[in-house]
Write a protein of this length. Structure first.
Length: 103
């Protein structure tokens, strides 16, 4: 079974027992999360598409860990103006494992 779910404004294609890194969720490690913004559910025999979301669709996932991505450096410079700015950014993420998909 396959599903497309919206998490924090981004869409992810998931299936059961799949591990996915999503934008940080404010949930403790080991807790279960119910995701209600399911856009599509596809099984072997049928496909169910929401308008925009499936009415009773939900995905249950377990939070495995929290982390931070590698640092991205942002460098800005204006020539002949003696202007240089260097900033770094590390995006936080949450690793979840999909337990079940309900449509």
């Amino acid at each position: 079974m396959l599903a497309v779910v919206e998490i924090a404004g981004k869409q992810f294609k998931v299936s059961e027992s799949m591990k996915v890194e999503v934008p940080k969720l404010n949930v403790e490690v080991g807790e279960k999360v119910t995701l209600n913004k399911v856009l599509l559910v596809q099984s072997d025999a049928s496909k169910l598409v929401g308008n925009p979301y499936i009415k009773d669709g939900s995905i249950v996932a377990t939070v495995l860990s929290h982390g931070r991505e590698d640092k991205i450096l942002v460098f800005r410079k204006k020539k002949r103006k003696n202007f240089k700015v260097r900033n770094g950014h590390r995006q936080e993420y949450t690793t979840i494992q999909i337990d079940s998909i309900k449509s």
